[in-house]
Design a protein around this ligand. Structure first.
Ligand SMILES: [Ca+2]
Ligand SMILES: [Ca+2]
Ligand SMILES: [Ca+2]
Length: 327
């Protein structure tokens, strides 16, 4: 018995995924159980004849997932307590004092808005508590801002902050100085586009998943790569809910006879993961399309393993595959 990986072609979309994986069995006619080491979602049984080969294509359909926004516009404005125009001069709002304090006891900085989409902007500003306990409202231009760090791409001299692309919702910290006081502030950068980060952008896999398993900017996270060598690439492993860095985590299908029931075959596959749908399809001849949804079956689950019983397996031969879909 030989197992031969099929050629695989995918139409990929981040908005939904369905994937059919194919492997072929060259069968000697004496057994009708595919090996437990079979890697992917397609197995073939030839019921009463020898034969074997395969070349089946995987497909991916469009669908749901998160919606990306191509661009965002955020009008910055000076926020916080005051209402100073950008570039405005320092104002002593303590009231009644005729002298300008020379030192600040504390600095509070903020961002307006405090939650922004990646790639958009927020206006920084703040206020200082002076030595005489008066409060001075500050525009973004009044404060000297530290060099930005991820996920902040830049902070202009007027305090306009621009966010980087992110792979997950990420809190940003910015720091400013006014006179001898310093202060830190925070804003949340939202992962509004799941497929726009670094070298992972535009490859149909969510960037958070790629970073989770491969860290940032790792070429091994590419959709067509099979780092763990289990015969299933990253795109399939994501779709099927598998671990792309663990060769023991792979989708498997086997075919078993039903004792005393020669017209039945059990199709046993795993793992079954929440949020996916699984459907068995068949052909009577491998090279003759179309694949047909297998009807008239019974189904039982045992842990993460599912058994679908084909009650019409009485023909000369029959080829099966399992379609895995992630909405
Ligand atoms: Ca993103
Ligand atoms: Ca990606
Ligand atoms: Ca794996």
């Amino acid at each position: 018995m030989k197992i031969k990986p099929s050629s695989i072609g995918c139409q990929r979309s981040l908005r939904s995924r369905s994937i059919v994986f194919a492997y072929a069995v060259e069968y000697n006619g004496r057994r009708n159980v595919c090996p437990a080491t079979m890697f992917a979602g397609l197995a073939f049984v030839i019921l009463y004849a020898s034969a074997g080969f395969a070349d089946v294509v995987s497909t991916v359909d469009g669908g749901g997932q998160r919606v990306s926004s191509a661009s965002y516009t955020m009008d910055g404005s000076v926020g916080g307590i005051g209402g100073l125009s950008a570039g405005g001069s320092v104002t002593n709002s303590g009231g009644g004092s005729s002298t300008q304090p020379a030192a600040a006891k504390s600095l509070t900085v903020n961002a307006t808005p405090s939650s922004i989409d990646e790639g958009s902007t927020s206006q920084l500003g703040g206020w200082a508590v002076m030595d005489d306990d008066s409060i001075t409202m500050l525009s973004g231009a009044d404060i000297t801002w530290d060099a930005p760090a991820y996920p902040i791409a830049s902070i202009a001299s007027n305090g306009l902050l621009a966010a980087s692309a992110v792979y997950t919702n990420t809190q940003a910290t910015f720091s400013g100085r006014y006179l001898d006081a310093t202060g830190d502030g925070h804003l949340l950068v939202l992962d509004s586009n799941p497929d726009n980060y670094g070298i992972y952008a535009g490859d149909s896999l969510p960037d958070w998943w790629q970073v989770q398993y491969f860290g940032v900017n790792n070429p091994n996270a590419a959709p067509g790569t099979d780092l763990d060598g289990d015969g299933q690439d990253n795109f399939f492993e994501f779709t099927a809910g598998l671990v792309p860095t663990d060769s023991q985590s792979h989708f498997a299908l086997r075919i078993e006879p039903v004792p005393g029931q020669p017209a039945l075959r059990n199709l046993v596959f795993s793992p079954i993961i929440a949020g996916r749908t699984y459907s068995v399809e068949y052909r009577d001849a491998l090279a003759t399309p179309p694949w047909i949804s297998l009807a008239g079956t019974t189904q039982t689950d045992n842990g993460d393993e599912r058994t679908v019983t084909d009650t019409g397996a009485s023909g000369l031969r029959k080829f099966y595959r399992v379609k895995v879909e992630k909405p």
